[in-house]
Ligand binder design. Structure first.
Ligand code: FAD
Length: 584
């Protein structure tokens, strides 16, 4: 064993990489380390092995022991099982990165795209016992010494992202930050590949989401600076107190502060973090919400929220629920330099109907899977986001493994969908308890899993081989434009000259819908100047009727300086395909 040499720059660089606390610094120190060790991180198949050979002093070695233990698991077949597989992961949130790590362990070439260039979310995630065990196995404690010290079972989102980013890079994952995914381009000579989306729904064409609409639920999160004083250390956390279990607490809170909550959680982490569900009536009474609206978007829209009153409300709830014992409560700042307090609508949650599908174009196959919030939106006060998110990441990796092993494509999808049936019902109590044995194999995690509950022949609709408009062929855009012109011809105030600007007022989209579904829109009622309304109407109808989610917001469509051409081409192509398919 080589001892650490304080004068060895690569040891110092590695230490910096392990300790560093921002996304940018992680990437910078990693790139310097690679440069110094003359290693090319794009050489993903042997990068980790070479890195270990060149960094063989005690501190690095302690990390390799941990990661090797995971990497040597039989499921990965020494990284050979997916050696020919290319994977693209969209979004470097915790679930995207956790998926990327598993795919790298399977031997795949993995590229992550993340639109942000910093990790800035202070909010704190609840960890189920298995996730703590999982993260310990990825050496979380080496990157973050305070990881789950004592009885703590939570971590800030940014800290979790940092740990997972570091592990990803060490395993040869290529992570590109500041890069936004806009849409798929049809293949030319590319080989089969996979794409795993942990980002919002509009970027996942072909999937449909179920809307689970409950009674109005307004969530508030807030973060206060943790000064790490002795007095703060004394204050007890609240792992979750709900109205039905502690009527008196909530009654006193209402009487003393005028604050009416359904539940509240308090975690002491890098910040003092609170998440609560507040009743609308008290938010109105305390002036947080200015005017009552039945539509949740309008109700919680920026214009209808008094930010100062919201800060007072959150402060009051936090102060009361900690028995007024948290001294010097100053709000931590968010990425925009503002007090980190936010209000969210949990009334309507989404769950994807399917977790995977296959697209085939020109004989090239793309397996697409959803992970994380994009698959099942979590209700934050219950803290299910990471726990179920990681389960789905492992299930996704299992699917890629089956694909890599050459299992027929629809059978791969059928197995994934069979496992997905279990996800929303999982709790810390009903998953297997032998956490150390957890692997990507679903049988190690779910107590009763039937990998064949859904049969391949039930899922023909998840194998998309349509190829109506060939975007790669010469003149493909013209072909699409011509089709749009043909089906919007003759409409008053509609002149389609291109695939971007001509669509701004929303009238062209409405006209297109009117051509194929005349009963849905009364064109004479639309005003050209009311472009946000027109676009919103068209987007909603296309989503409801054809299952095509919007690509941008109606207001962006109406006002944004540039409309992205590729996104519009993809959107219009989906409309074209859907109308052509469904119109006899
Ligand atoms: P996310 O963490 O949301 O990651 C998705 C990533 O995709 C983001 O980094 C985003 O920048 C990136 N992305 C989006 N679009 C694109 C694109 N087009 N191209 C490239 N990258 C893209 N959960 C709790 O339990 N408690 C909380 O208090 C809490 N607070 C939250 C606050 C916010 C503002 C958000 C967004 C989420 C919060 N959550 C909270 C949810 C929690 O963060 C997730 O459950 C968890 O992070 C796992 O999510 P994920 O990796 O699936 O997605």
């Amino acid at each position: 064993m080589v001892n650490q040499d304080p004068t060895n720059p690569s040891h110092a660089l590695f230490d910096q990489f392990v300790q560093t606390q921002t996304c940018k610094e992680v990437q910078r120190t990693f790139s310097e380390l690679c440069h110094h060790l003359e290693l090319d991180p794009r050489d993903y198949q042997s990068f980790y092995t070479k890195l270990k050979e060149r960094l063989n002093y005690w501190k690095a070695k302690a990390l390799w022991i941990k990661l090797d233990k995971r990497a040597q698991h039989q499921d990965y077949q020494q990284g050979k099982v997916c050696a020919k597989t290319k994977c693209l992961v969209l979004g470097a949130g915790p679930c995207g990165l956790r998926t990327a790590i598993e795919l790298a362990l399977l031997g795949a070439q993995v590229v992550v795209l993340e639109k942000r260039d910093s990790f800035s979310r202070n909010n704190v995630l609840h960890l189920w016992p298995y996730t703590i065990c999982d993260l310990r196995g990825l050496a979380a404690k080496k990157f973050y010494g305070k990881f789950c010290t004592g009885a703590l079972d939570h971590i800030s989102i940014r800290q979790l992202q940092l740990i997972l980013l570091k592990v990803s890079l060490l395993l040869g994952v290529e992570v590109n930050t500041g890069v936004e995914f806009k849409g798929f381009v049809e293949p030319s000579e590319a080989t089969d590949c996979m794409c795993f989306s942990s980002i919002c729904m509009s970027f996942s064409p072909g999937f449909r989401w179920k809307e689970l609409r409950g009674k109005l639920a307004i969530g508030i999160t807030c973060n206060f600076i943790n000064h790490h004083s002795a007095a703060e250390a004394q204050v007890a956390e609240i792992s979750g107190v709900a109205r039905i279990y502690n009527q008196k607490f909530f009654q006193d809170l209402l009487t003393e502060e005028g604050i009416d909550l359904e539940n509240i959680v308090y975690y002491k982490d890098a910040t003092h973090y609170f998440v609560m569900t507040a009743k609308k009536k008290s938010l109105l009474k305390m002036g947080v919400i200015k005017q009552d609206f039945s539509d949740a978007n309008q109700l919680l829209g920026q214009a209808n929220v008094d930010q100062d009153a919201l800060l007072r409300y959150a402060h009051g709830a936090a102060h009361f629920s900690t028995g007024h014992r948290l001294p010097n409560m100053q709000f931590a700042l968010n990425h925009a330099g503002q007090p980190d307090v936010a209000m969210f609508d949990f009334t309507c949650m989404h769950r994807a109907e399917n977790a995977s599908l296959v697209r085939e174009r020109k004989g090239k196959k793309l397996l697409i899977g959803l992970v994380g919030d994009c698959l099942v939106e979590p209700f934050w006060p219950l803290g299910t986001g990471i726990a179920r998110g990681f389960l789905a990441a492992f299930d996704t990796a299992w699917m890629v493994r089956s694909w890599g092993k050459g299992k027929p494509h629809l059978e791969v999808v059928a197995e994934r969908e069979s496992i997905y049936q279990l996800l929303s019902q999982t709790t810390p109590e009903n998953i297997s308890k032998n956490y150390n044995a957890f692997s990507i194999d679903p049988a190690t995690r779910y107590q009763h899993v039937n990998l064949n509950s859904i049969k391949a022949n039930q899922l023909q609709h998840l194998y998309d081989v349509e190829d109506h408009i060939d975007l790669d062929s010469v003149g493909a855009f013209e072909e699409l434009l011509k089709w749009c012109q043909q089906h919007t011809a003759g409409y008053d105030r509609v002149k389609v000259k291109d695939l971007t600007q001509s669509w701004r007022s929303g009238l062209a989209l409405c006209a297109l819908i009117n051509t194929f579904r005349p009963h849905l829109i009364d064109m004479s009622s639309l005003k050209e100047s009311d472009s946000v309304h027109n676009n919103q109407l068209a987007f909603s109808l296309l989503e409801e009727e054809l299952g095509i989610p919007p690509i941008i917001s109606a207001s962006d469509m109406a006002t944004k300086e540039q409309i992205d051409k590729l996104s519009m081409v993809l959107y219009l192509t989906q409309i074209h395909d859907a109308f052509n398919e469904r119109t006899p």
